[in-house]
Design a protein around this ligand. Structure first.
Ligand code: NFS
Length: 629
């Protein structure tokens, strides 16, 4: 098989040829190297939880040494994936909360959205009258940090959900308590000799996932907005052609904005710009990958270099002076690829040290100085670039990014008749959904998965949905796919959208696919659906809105899928999770959950069929919705 057929991104194909010429191995080579993947692992019925194992379940050996059957083994593995994902998102939020605790008027981290801080403080009964904004920030940070380990009560963020949804959580007993407690409970319950009941394991998974969606991730987004500003629409460009031959190219890859925000500042430091000149460069060019890329493009318009599957290929351009990473979704392979070029692969977090990288620790306490040191390394590396090894591919697309909930509402105000309706609500969106001009809304989110063809499912599904007047919002690497393929440009509405959606886009001044941020920012999507449901006095499961992860791959995505379903939003996956070993797990996840939480999973690895199912399900949901409104 030609490995270039494993991606639909033409820049990636050019660079795969170059990698071959340069003798560089990439994920695509490794994929072809794997003749087949382990069937037990694929189905989720290999148990490695205790030292008697691994126990692999098959019709001939239907139980592990302890007697655990396929349902128990699949359920435990699944629950641990949810715990891993929740831990990653929430630990990210914890770091942002610590950063908020360090914020000060003269320090590195300042308050950029005071109104959002005051609103949160009031929600949390923090005194705001006649107080210094930083005193308020520090008290809010302390309360946020307590959400991780508080001994009593449930997540403070649940109250942002519609009342009816809160009732469902209470009734089904999945209101999450402290974040760390939910994660620890799953790790304990899935230890050898604890929970041996698939219904209970999925129940625990849902509760833990809600500690991610309606606590950790929501906290990460809110506090990041407070510290770094709530995103507003801005223009940018996407794909590897954003690298510039004449400049020092620095790639920001990873997740947490506390590092990338400082790098953005440091890259404007006159001293470093002067140094760039001295080494013969025309300046410093920053570009982002994965969710750090999403964070900095949403707030600063920093160009998007690419997505999860392009991280190695970005280095293959030979034009990257430094790849700076913090945590999550970083291929260990980058160390080897960087070795084939002059690129410095800089790791910065004690949580994600990688053999073969250059480790320059980043600390929030010394943030700006650390960031400068890292950028300086990159600038000094420019002179080591081998011009003969440089190939920057040609394609890039323009995009508008930065659609926070506030930005969406602000845009909707463009069509509000101020004589009749108040500004600042979701009413115009509700009206479009009610009248059927928009048939529904879809969040197309998540990663790239080497089980499929990179970007194919994302782009196919998004195009099908917007053609059928379903507005799409996107986060994570899905958003980067949309941006790369021109779906986040305003003119995409006329090119690809159905008549209803195209008219709305033109009136409001938005593209048909809205960039809502990084994966923790899926909390923005939850808040948007909650706002629509609240406006209509409905539950979230009554709204014709769906979640889709066509190319998901990470544990974080499993946690997200669970909390989206638990929020009452039907969720569609383009890759089968490792649960097919248990018929009961599939029955619950893809069926019975609907009775309990009003939503379920649907999986289809054929993206055309998946798109068709989604469109028909949204139409079915409309019948229910239209009866209610
Ligand atoms: Ni989400 Fe971000 Fe991309 Fe997937 Fe990784 S970057 S948090 S996990 S691969 S979308």
């Amino acid at each position: 098989m030609d490995k270039k057929m494993l991606t639909i991104d033409l820049n990636s194909r050019v660079l795969l040829d170059k990698a071959e010429k340069d003798g560089v191995e990439t994920m695509y080579d490794r994929k072809l190297g794997f003749k087949s993947q382990c069937g037990f692992g694929l189905q989720g019925n290999c148990c490695r939880i205790c030292g008697m194992g691994p126990c692999r379940i098959s019709p001939k050996t239907p139980r592990g040494l302890c007697g655990a059957d396929e349902h128990v083994i699949v359920g435990r593995n699944f629950a641990r994936m949810v715990a891993g994902g929740t831990a990653a998102h929430s630990d990210h939020a914890r770091d942002i909360a610590h950063t908020l605790a360090l914020s000060s008027r003269d320090g590195n981290y300042k308050i950029r959205d005071e109104a959002k801080l005051i609103a949160l403080a009031k929600d949390w009964d923090v005194e705001t009258e006649d107080r210094d904004i930083y005193d308020i920030a520090h008290e809010v940070a302390d309360i946020a940090l307590m959400e991780f380990g508080k001994p009593h009560g449930v997540s403070r963020f649940l109250k942002y959900a519609p009342k009816k949804r809160q009732e469902v959580w209470k009734q089904y007993a999945i209101e999450p308590r402290a974040i760390d407690r939910e994660i620890a409970t799953i790790m304990h319950s899935t230890h050898i000799g604890c929970t041996a009941d698939i219904d209970s394991l999925i129940h625990l998974s849902l509760r833990t996932s809600l500690a991610d969606g309606w606590c950790g991730s929501m906290m990460g987004t809110r506090l990041s907005d407070i510290l770094f500003g709530t995103p507003t629409p801005r223009r940018t460009e996407a794909n590897l052609a954003v690298l510039e031959e004449s400049k020092v190219n620095i790639l920001l890859h990873g997740h947490e904005p506390s590092l990338s925000e400082m790098i953005v500042l440091a890259a404007e430091d006159p001293e470093l710009l002067e140094l760039a000149k001295e080494v013969g460069a025309d300046g410093i060019n920053l570009a982002g990958m994965c969710c750090t890329g999403n964070e900095v493009t949403m707030r600063h318009g920093v160009k998007i270099a690419g997505d999860f599957h392009q991280q190695e290929l970005a280095l293959v351009t030979g034009a990257v002076e430094a790849m700076i990473v913090d945590v999550q979704c970083i291929f260990p392979a980058l160390a080897k690829v960087a070795d084939c070029y002059h690129t410095k692969f800089v790791t910065t977090s004690p949580k994600a040290k990688i053999t073969g990288s250059t480790y320059i620790e980043f600390t929030e306490e010394n943030a700006y100085e650390d960031a400068k040191k890292i950028v300086k390394e990159a600038v000094l590396n420019f002179k080591n670039r081998n011009k003969e090894k440089v190939l920057i591919p040609e394609l890039k697309s323009a995009a508008t990014v930065g659609f926070s909930v506030e930005a969406v509402i602000n845009k909707l105000d463009n069509v509000v008749n101020s004589q009749i309706d108040p500004a600042g609500t979701v009413k115009p969106l509700v009206d479009c959904l009610k009248s059927g001009v928009l048939r529904g809304a879809a969040a197309v989110v998540g990663c790239n998965n080497a089980k499929g063809v990179s970007n194919e499912a994302h782009v196919t599904i998004m195009k099908e949905l917007i053609k059928n007047d379903i507005i799409v919002v996107s986060t994570g690497c899905g958003a980067q796919a949309a941006a790369k393929f021109g779906l986040m440009d305003e003119d995409a509405a006329q090119k690809y959208a159905g008549k209803g959606l195209a008219t709305v886009c033109q009136l409001v001044g938005i593209p048909p696919v809205l960039h809502m941020g990084s994966c923790v920012d899926i909390s923005r999507i939850l808040e948007t659906v909650a706002a629509v449901a609240n406006y209509l006095d409905m539950d979230m499961c009554d709204i014709p809105a769906v979640g889709i992860a066509p190319e998901w791959m990470s544990e974080k995505a499993v946690a997200i899928g669970c909390y989206v379903v638990a929020s009452g939003i039907d969720t569609y996956l383009g890759i089968m999770p490792p649960v097919t070993g248990s018929s009961r797990a599939v029955e619950i996840l893809c069926g019975e959950l609907e009775e309990k939480v009003g939503a379920k999973f649907t999986v289809n690895e054929n993206c055309h069929e998946l798109a068709a199912t989604i469109i028909s399900d949204i139409e079915k949901k409309r019948v229910h919705f239209e009866k209610l409104v």
